[in-house]
Design a protein around this ligand. Structure first.
Ligand SMILES: Cc1ncc(COP(=O)(O)O)c(C=O)c1O
Length: 394
C-alpha cells in the first residue's frame, strides 16, 4: 500500500534550512528559520529556565500524566501574561488548554472554531505564515485572504485590509497576528486594532489571535495591547499562544489555547471542546516545557530574571533592525528605513525571487524566496557580509 506514496516537496522554510545545513560553503549564513540567535550565533537557554528546570528535575517524583488541561501554574501564568490581571479578573471567563507549542494551540483553537461554526471561513492576512492554512485547514475550515502587506510602501495596507474584511460575516473567523507579524514584521497600530474591533462588533465575526512573539517586539505588555483592546471591546477572543520564542522553549513544545468567553459557562463549554479535540489528536500535553514556564512565571525572582533577559533580547533585536536598515540604506540607493519600524524577527528585504535565489547560490546567503529574513540571526560578524551581499544584487 505504501508504494502508492511519492515523496512530498520539502517544507518551504524547513527545507531551506536543511539545504543550508547541507551547503559545504564555510561562509554560508542562514536567515531562514525563526529562531533567536545571540551574538555567538547560539539560540540561548534563559537563565531562569535553567534554574527552573534544575529545580524540577531535583524535585521530580513522577512522570504520571498531567491533568488533561495542563499544569495549573502554567495555565494561570499564561492567562495573566496574555490578558493582564485586569481582564483576567478572577479567571473564570478565561479557560485554557495546554498544547504542544503554538502550533498545537492553533490546531486546538481550529477544532473548537470548527465545532462552533462548521461553515466558518477563516480570513488570513496576505501574506501569512505558510503553516497557517495547512494547519488550520486540516480540520476542514475554509479560507479567504485579506490584504495586509503593501510591498510598495513596506507597511500595512490598512484600507485594503478593511475593505476585504467587510466580507467577513457572523460565524467567520479573522486570524490576526498578535504582534511581530510573520513574515512581514509590519504590525497594526492601536487605532487600527480599534477599527477591527468596531468591524467585529458590527459584522459579528470572531477573532483568533496567533501570539507567537509576545515580548519580542516592543515589550511584554506593549505587544498584547491590541489583543487586550479586542478582548475588552468584544468580550470574546481566542488566542493561540506560544512560549517557543519568548521563553526559548522551542523544542519543549509549550503553548496554550486561551478562550476568553462572554461568561463563565461559555468559557467552560469552549474549553470542553478544546479538551475533546486534544484527546482525539494527541491525548495529553507534554509536561516539561509547561512545568518550566509555570515555575518561571509564578516564582518572583525567576520571573524578574526572565523579564530582564527577554527585554534585553527585545532591545538587541531593535538595535539589529536599526543597524541593518542604516547599513543597507547607506550601501544602496534604496530606503530601508522600514526595517527599523517593523517588529520582531522578520522583515521582507524587497528582493525578487531571482535575487533571493542568486544570493543563496552565489553567496551562501539563505533567505526565503520572498526575501523574508530573520533579523535575529544577524550579529557583528555577519551583518556587513549580509549587507554587502544584498547590495551586490541591487
Ligand atoms: C506566526 C507563528 N505562529 C505560530 C508559531 C508556532 O510556533 P511553535 O509551535 O513552535 O510554538 C510560529 C513559529 O514559528 C509562528 O511564526
Amino acid at each position: 500500500m505504501l508504494e502508492q506514496l511519492s515523496v512530498l516537496p520539502p517544507d518551504p522554510i524547513l527545507g531551506l534550512a536543511a539545504a543550508c545545513r547541507a551547503d559545504p560553503n564555510p561562509d554560508k549564513i542562514d536567515l531562514t528559520v525563526g529562531v533567536y540567535m545571540d551574538e555567538d550565533g547560539i539560540c540561548p537557554v534563559f537563565e531562569a529556565v535553567k534554574k527552573a528546570q534544575a529545580a524540577l528535575v531535583a524535585e521530580e517524583v513522577t512522570k504520571a500524566y498531567l491533568p488533561a488541561a495542563g499544569d495549573e501554574a502554567y495555565l494561570t501564568g499564561m492567562k495573566s501574561l496574555v490578558f493582564g490581571d485586569d481582564l483576567a479578573g478572577d479567571g473564570s471567563r478565561i479557560t485554557a488548554v495546554q498544547t504542544p507549542g503554538g502550533c498545537g494551540a492553533l490546531r486546538i483553537a481550529s477544532e473548537v472554531l470548527a465545532a462552533a461554526s462548521p461553515d466558518a471561513t477563516v480570513w488570513v492576512s496576505n501574506p501569512t505564515w505558510p503553516v497557517h492554512i495547512p494547519l488550520m485547514g486540516s480540520v476542514g475550515l475554509k479560507f479567504a485572504t485579506y490584504s495586509y502587506y503593501d510591498p510598495a510602501s513596506h507597511g500595512v495596507a490598512f484600507s485594503g485590509m478593511v475593505d476585504d474584511l467587510k466580507g467577513a460575516k457572523a460565524g467567520d473567523v479573522v486570524l490576526l497576528h498578535g504582534c511581530c507579524h510573520n513574515p512581514s514584521g509590519a504590525d497594526l497600530t492601536l487605532e487600527q486594532w480599534s477599527v477591527i474591533a468596531d468591524m467585529a462588533i458590527a459584522q459579528g465575526f470572531t477573532v483568533l489571535v496567533d501570539l507567537a512573539y509576545q515580548g519580542m517586539g516592543q515589550g511584554l505588555a506593549e505587544d498584547v495591547a491590541g489583543l487586550r483592546l479586542l478582548a475588552s471591546r468584544l468580550g470574546e477572543l481566542i488566542v493561540a499562544a506560544s512560549c517557543s520564542k519568548n521563553l526559548g522553549l522551542y523544542r519543549e513544545r509549550t503553548g496554550v489555547a486561551l478562550f476568553y468567553g462572554k461568561d463563565t459557562q461559555i468559557a467552560a463549554a469552549t474549553q470542553s471542546h478544546g479538551l475533546g479535540a486534544a484527546r482525539r489528536v494527541y491525548s495529553m500535553p507534554p509536561a516539561h516545557g509547561a512545568l518550566v514556564a509555570g515555575r518561571v512565571l509564578s516564582t518572583p525572582e525567576l520571573r524578574a530574571s526572565w523579564e530582564a533577559e527577554l527585554s534585553q533580547i527585545c532591545r538587541r533585536m531593535i538595535l539589529l533592525r536599526t543597524q541593518l536598515s542604516d547599513k543597507l540604506s547607506a550601501k544602496t540607493d534604496r530606503d530601508f528605513s522600514f526595517i527599523a519600524k517593523e517588529n520582531g524577527m522578520f522583515s521582507f528585504l524587497g528582493l525578487s525571487v531571482e535575487q533571493a535565489q542568486g544570493l543563496r547560490k552565489d553567496r551562501g546567503l539563505y533567505m526565503l524566496d520572498s526575501s523574508r529574513v530573520n533579523v535575529a540571526a544577524l550579529n557583528d560578524r555577519n551583518m556587513d557580509i549580509v549587507v554587502d551581499a544584498v547590495a551586490s544584487v541591487l
